[in-house]
Ligand binder design. Structure first.
Ligand SMILES: Cc1cc2nc3c(=O)[nH]c(=O)nc-3n(C[C@H](O)[C@H](O)[C@H](O)COP(=O)(O)O)c2cc1C
Length: 493
């Protein structure tokens, strides 16, 4: 692959040549000025805290953070945080022009999804992931600088920006899911699949029902697009390899695991092969989780017994920092969920959608906004109900707001103004009970985990009174432009 010369990508403002793996992607990221290298930090809380401080004190795009010379580890054994913390890097992953920012990024990604043709991967014999292999007594996950991220975490987590690969034992399709993996010892980690809806967990349960161990490959470093897909729901039975192959327009080259037979990216940084065994569980966590709170300690998390570890020379361990947002994925979850949701409501027949947005404090699912140009009575309710129950909105949701087309769904200020002024709660709010939720939802008591409610807020002007609604008290664009022009030197220059 030919990479753009330094800064050329930035100047062009468009997608550079495609990339294959984390390393090639990082070269492009560096060329657009979005990579920060940090040497000499400690895996024990220091790296996680540096990431947190940079995320929370952000000014503009948060760079990807590449740590090297980590305390107690050889130079070259690196950690990458923050793959998904800028619009331009998300655009790069999705194969979109680098000027795709905010709603433009969501709209372009939605167009890609709407036209998506899945592309199956290819099996190849060799790849850089086989440069080093540990087996037998040599297996040691702590050969990598696995970080302890937050003070109250129950341990060191190697799986946070990982893909856990499993195969459906009956139907044969491959799933990729991002599930946290806490290190128990050098040959075992937990694999926390938080709810019955997780596809990896469904695969595991099918094996266990047959009394068989479930093979798993846990990759911790691969094309960032695979992480984007593995960390967000797509339909049951649809492999993320095919989905991402379709998005990038090129199939993935995969090698097969020596002991599991499962295919994983030939250019992965680290691939851990092992098995989950029926009844083999251990306590895991707590871990600072995606909602911004410590997830509870889980007493019965399946244990992945490791049989092989393959890794590249100078491996880059890819991890993510959840916790109080902004996090590694509060921006990206919003981008992908909003695009999925927009695609799905349109496919369900909802007309006149002007934009869909997922507010970052809602971390991709808890606060979604849909903007429509109202066309008929009931249009806004239809938008709310569809948006709360389709892919991108159905799982772990909370608030869905529908606004008129003059409201910018990406502006928290404008959305709150519409809610405050255009809706009378008694008329405008609907509650859906017992919708799909996960085990980490902090405001649901333990005995009710699995379900939560949705609050649907119709913040559109009431359809039958929209022509009588008082005009908005703001100057016309024409007048504003005239005034700007007249005063451009004194005030607006
Ligand atoms: C960085 C990151 C970490 C995640 N950690 C977990 C986790 O530990 N357990 C879990 O069940 N889901 C976790 N998720 C959410 C799942 O990856 C997500 O629900 C995904 O759809 C699961 O894949 P599946 O639908 O194929 O099961 C995480 C997501 C991201 C982006």
């Amino acid at each position: 692959m030919s990479l753009p010369k330094k800064n050329n990508a930035r100047a062009a403002g468009v997608l550079p040549s495609p990339y294959e793996d984390v390393r090639e992607w990082l070269k492009v990221v560096e060329s657009i000025g979005e990579l920060k290298r940090i040497d000499g930090a400690d895996w024990d809380l220091e790296i996680g805290t540096i990431a947190e401080v940079i995320y929370r004190e952000r000014k503009g795009a948060i760079p990807a953070l590449l740590f090297d010379r980590i305390k107690g580890y050889p130079k070259g054994f690196r950690i990458l945080f923050g793959q998904q913390t800028s619009y331009r890097r998300l655009a790069l992953m999705a194969g979109l022009p680098l000027d795709s920012v905010g709603l433009k990024l969501v709209a372009r990604f939605k167009e890609k999804l709407a036209a998506l043709r899945p592309l199956p991967p290819r099996i190849v014999k060799q790849g850089p992931v086989f440069e080093n292999t540990m087996s037998g007594d040599a297996v040691d996950v702590l050969k990598f600088p696995v970080p302890k991220v937050h003070e109250l975490d129950g341990g060191r987590f190697i799986g946070t920006a990982c893909i856990a690969i499993t195969r459906d034992p009956d139907e044969g399709w491959l799933n990729l899911g991002t599930y946290r993996a806490m290190v128990h010892d050098k040959k075992s980690v937990g694999l926390f699949m938080s709810s019955a809806g997780k596809h990896g967990r469904q695969h595991m349960e099918k094996y266990f029902k047959k009394g068989k161990p479930c093979p798993v490959v846990l990759c911790a470093g691969q094309d960032p697009l695979l992480l984007l897909a593995a960390g967000n729901p797509i339909e049951l039975g649809y492999s993320e390899y095919n989905y991402c192959g379709g998005i990038r327009g090129r199939p993935y080259d995969l090698v097969e695991g020596e002991v599991t037979g499962l295919p994983f990216p030939a250019s992965a940084e680290i691939a851990i092969e092992g098995f989950l065994h029926p009844g083999d569980v251990k306590a895991d966590g707590p871990f600072g989780e995606w909602l911004g709170y410590y997830g509870t300690r889980m007493e019965d998390t399946p244990v992945l017994r490791i049989e092989r570890i393959h890794h590249r020379n100078d491996p880059i361990l890819c991890v993510a920092r959840p916790g109080r947002p902004p996090t590694d994925y509060s921006l990206s979850k919003g981008m992908i969920r909003a695009a999925q949701l927009w695609d799905r409501v349109e496919k369900a027949g909802l007309p006149n959608v002007r934009g869909v947005w997922s507010l970052e404090p809602g971390i991709g699912s808890l606060f979604n906004v849909i903007s429509i140009k109202q066309a008929y009575p009931g249009h806004s309710r239809q938008a709310l109900i569809l948006a709360s129950q389709c892919l991108g909105g159905a799982y772990n949701g909370r608030f869905v707001v529908v606004v008129d087309e003059d409201i910018d769904p990406t502006s928290e200020f404008d959305v709150l103004w519409a809610m405050a002024t255009r809706c009378d709660p008694e008329q405008a709010v609907e509650i859906i009970r017992r919708a799909a939720s996960g085990s980490l939802d902090v405001c649901i008591p333990p005995e009710n985990k699995g379900h939560s409610s949705r609050c649907l807020i119709d913040a559109c002007m009431p359809y039958d009174r929209r022509h009588q609604f008082p005009p908005i008290a703001e100057s016309s664009e024409e007048l504003k432009n005239k005034i700007r022009e007249k005063w451009k030197n004194e005030i607006f220059g």
